[in-house]
Write a protein that binds this ligand. Structure first.
Ligand code: URA
Length: 194
């Protein structure tokens, strides 16, 4: 086991018993993240929903199945990337996570990011983009654009749950995914399928 791997596992086990905010009282379990911790691409959603809370894994519900289709469109599987959320516990009734909850939780994601050392960060939806890229990020006009911040290439895509509610935005998102594929070919060492 490498030192980074050990630190990642230690971080995970500390996080699994986190009680830094009120969401700890209503969660079934912490949803730490899934995928390859050595990945060059980190995808960040908003927070676990009901199915994720029950299973302990991000994006396993309907939105997650669409995320798999989105990934597959550029030859990626969830095992090739790492997926986490802004908050690691389910906000009751699937409401947006409060700023207080996001601020309490973000140090976990920050530590995860430092250990993963991705080249690319993909925010899934408005909440993640506003927390990670810029507080005034406008997903409607800025999705798919790239910015370099803190040594990472960053972009945001429409959240798959939003795309399920409003499929008219799917074509734009598949264009954004093509741009993601091009960026990965440019800055990552992955061998993407031809
Ligand atoms: N939506 C998210 O933002 N994250 C999940 O893990 C599931 C649904």
């Amino acid at each position: 086991m490498t030192e980074t791997h050990e630190r990642f596992e230690a971080l995970k086990s500390a996080c699994l018993s986190c009680d830094r905010c009120v969401l700890a009282a209503t969660r079934t379990q912490v949803v730490f993240g899934v995928g390859d911790p050595k990945s060059e691409a980190l995808f960040i959603g908003e927070g676990p929903g009901q199915e994720e809370d029950l299973k302990g894994e991000p994006f396993v519900g309907r939105a997650g199945r669409l995320l798999d289709v989105m990934l597959a469109s550029i030859g990626l599987k969830r095992e090739n990337i790492y997926i986490a959320n802004i908050v690691k516990c389910r906000p009751p009734g699937n409401r947006d996570p409060l700023n207080l909850e996001q601020d309490a939780c973000i140090p976990w994601l920050r530590e995860q990011t430092k250990l993963i050392k991705p080249k690319i960060i993909v925010c899934l939806g408005r909440v993640a983009a506003m927390k990670i890229i810029r507080p005034d990020y406008k997903i409607t006009s800025e999705h798919g654009q790239w910015t370099e911040k803190g040594g990472y290439w960053m972009t945001a895509l429409f959240h798959p749950a939003f795309l399920l509610r409003d499929p008219r935005h799917k074509p734009e998102t598949f264009d954004d995914l093509k741009r993601l594929e091009a960026k990965m070919r440019e800055v990552c060492e992955y061998t993407l399928p031809d």
